[in-house]
Design a protein around this ligand. Structure first.
Ligand SMILES: Nc1ncnc2c1ncn2[C@@H]1O[C@H](COP(=O)(O)OP(=O)(O)OP(=O)(O)O)[C@@H](O)[C@H]1O
Length: 278
């Protein structure tokens, strides 16, 4: 198939996919102000954002622009100061109680005294499931992230990339509707990062979960996302929301295509714009 024909074919295929239109996360006029003795920190300013089910949304912006704060408010780890925020039509606290979220932090945050398997089992055990069931699910999830055979190891016996895969397996184990990922691959070398990006993309394609992903990397955001939210420095605002024209299924080769590079350029310009406004 010639290139233009292939592009048309891809575009048509995308259109034929069922539209996932139900909103998963709706933020309206959200402000977060951290109280402080001297001067309160206005971390998020008037955030309006709707994330629909099955979307992969990246938050990108300079250090301190409030990406983590936005993720934490959605996950009910931080209260909002004003505005409205719903997750699956519920208040964040109720959504958390309903087990809507899985959370992957920048550092793997595994318990060193528990084996890999026991780490992945933990949230399932907290949910009160039977041990045999927890074991079965944990084993299945470890297999999915390529860690079958490492169940009995302790976190310190694994590389950083493998530890982060354990965290992903743990977050996916209880099948949360929404996966929150805060710079999960930020501390890894580039090859491991590429590898995990590809695995995450495959997982997302297979499961169509909603993902909110914080990153500093333009190419990671462009490679993974269906939508990219560009934020500006304090008080954190949304500068631009960019819809990705790239097909849902992607391989790392996509990064060499003109469409990928054009999108990366658009993100870069939006970041610069947000910076200059500031
Ligand atoms: N608990 C807190 N109390 C006071 N200020 C805070 C608190 N947490 C974050 N901040 C401030 O709020 C702002 C936004 O922080 P946040 O961590 O959300 O930014 P970020 O975009 O995720 O940064 P980075 O990319 O460096 O991780 C920063 O100025 C930060 O110093």
């Amino acid at each position: 198939m010639t290139q233009p024909l292939k592009r048309l074919d891809d575009a048509l295929r995308q259109q034929a996919e069922p539209l996932q239109t139900r909103p998963a996360i709706v933020a309206k006029g959200v402000n977060v102000i951290y109280p402080a003795a001297d001067r309160p920190v206005h971390a998020l300013s008037d955030i309006d954002l709707t994330i629909r089910q099955g979307e992969f949304v990246s938050l990108i912006g300079p250090s301190g622009c409030g990406k983590t704060t936005l993720l934490r408010t959605i996950a009910d780890l931080e209260p909002i100061s004003s505005g409205a925020l719903t997750v699956n039509d519920l208040e964040p606290a109720a959504a958390r109680e309903a087990g809507a979220y899985g959370y992957v932090f920048q550092a793997p945050a595994l318990f060193p005294w528990r084996t890999v398997l026991e780490n992945v089992m933990l949230p399932l055990q907290i949910q009160g499931r039977h041990v045999a069931e927890c074991q079965e699910i944990a084993q299945e999830q470890l297999k999915r992230v390529g860690l079958a055979g490492f169940e009995a190891k302790y976190p310190w016996q694994l590389s950083g990339g493998m530890q982060q895969r354990v965290s992903i397996a743990r977050a996916l184990g209880f099948k949360p509707k929404i996966l929150m990922m805060d710079e999960p691959f930020g501390a890894l070398d580039e090859i491991t990062r590429d590898n995990l990006n590809q695995q995450l993309q495959d997982l997302w394609c297979a499961e169509q979960r909603t993902v909110v992903f914080v990153t500093h990397s333009i190419s990671e955001a462009v490679y993974l996302s269906t939508r990219i939210v560009v934020m500006s420095p304090r008080p954190g605002r949304i500068v631009k929301v960019i819809d990705s024209p790239l097909p849902r299924e992607r391989t790392l080769k996509l990064r060499d295509t003109p469409a990928f590079m054009a999108l990366a350029q658009e993100v870069r310009e939006a970041l610069a714009e947000g910076h200059h406004e500031h």
